[in-house]
Design a protein around this ligand. Structure first.
Ligand SMILES: C[S@@+](CC[C@H](N)C(=O)[O-])C[C@H]1O[C@@H](n2cnc3c(N)ncnc32)[C@H](O)[C@@H]1O
Length: 271
């Protein structure tokens, strides 16, 4: 199944490699840095726990699960084009009804530049129009299919620790955190929620905790000093992937992604 949303940093291209570590023998799928949750939609696990710090994003999943028909209705009222995009973008989500707020996010996600999520200092979404080529709005039946998929999924808006505290034996935890952003201001979809050095330390602590509790985890991270830090003492596997740097197509290059886990990763190209 295709994910509902476009997401910069999505691991779509790695899906066949990531999917091989899941088996229906796990009692639940857990993903604390969900974004478009493309691995979740690909695996279609019977039970899942999904979270993200982006409240607008998690609101969309919660609302699709609750009432996809009202979102479909709101989307059908929206025209496609730059003027409509700017008008939809200018609406304050806090003043909209829950389905219209979710529809606004889906609309902006579909037609914004490169599927980025970026906000200004006031927390307002400010990504420019990406053009019609970005695709089509989801149909009613696509929304219904996503709603069915989310029926047995628990959704959490918050920091990854909130999700990881709820893990238990038998879970499979997939973690795809953002890159650590240093002091230099960069154009990033995570904006104020950018991953810091202390977030990285918290993540490493949680990897150790999960391992101590024998809960299987899989982390994907761009090859870097940070991935080396996260990997220490765990199994690793290096994969090559074409990535879009900071959302700019012109700067698309091949990079290595490192998979890190407390299970044997096998594969042809270990680090
Ligand atoms: C690389 S993206 C995940 C992409 C996802 N694997 C996909 O397929 O679309 C990282 C996600 O982590 C979220 N995030 C950033 N900081 C977080 C935190 N402290 N706790 C939970 N989620 C966080 C971002 O909002 C973003 O959606």
């Amino acid at each position: 199944m295709q994910p509902l949303l476009r997401w910069a940093g999505s691991k779509r291209k790695l899906l066949p490699e990531l999917a091989r570590y899941w088996s229906p023998g796990f009692s639940r799928y857990v993903e604390p840095f969900a974004g478009s949750a493309c691995l979740f939609f690909r695996l279609a696990p019977e039970r899942a726990l999904i979270g993200d710090i982006n409240e607008e994003l998690v609101h969309v999943y919660k609302q699709v699960k609750k009432d996809s028909a009202s979102i479909g209705k709101a989307l059908r009222r929206m025209k496609i084009g730059r003027d409509e995009y700017l008008a939809v973008r200018s609406r304050n989500p806090a003043l909209l009804s829950p389905p219209v707020r979710a529809a606004r996010f889906i609309y902006l996600n579909r037609f914004c530049f490169n599927g980025l999520w970026r906000t200004n200092q006031q927390g307002r979404f400010n990504v420019p129009y990406g053009g019609r080529k970005c695709g089509q709005l989801p149909t009613e039946s696509q929304l219904q299919a996503v709603a069915r998929r989310l029926k047995s999924t628990r959704l959490v808006a918050g920091d990854f620790e909130t999700v990881l505290r709820q893990t238990k034996a038998g879970d499979f935890v997939y973690m795809d955190p953002p890159f650590r952003v240093t002091a230099r201001r960069v154009f990033t979809q995570y904006d104020r929620n950018a991953f810091s050095h202390s977030d990285l330390l918290r993540l490493r602590t949680w990897m150790e905790r999960l391992d101590a509790r024998r809960i299987t985890f899989l982390v994907s991270y761009a090859e870097s000093d940070e991935s080396a830090f996260l990997s220490e003492g765990f199994a690793t596997r290096k994969l090559s992937v074409r990535r879009n740097i900071a959302g700019f197509t012109a700067r698309r290059r091949a990079f290595s992604e490192v998979l890190i886990s407390n299970i044997n990763l096998g594969g042809d190209s270990p680090c």
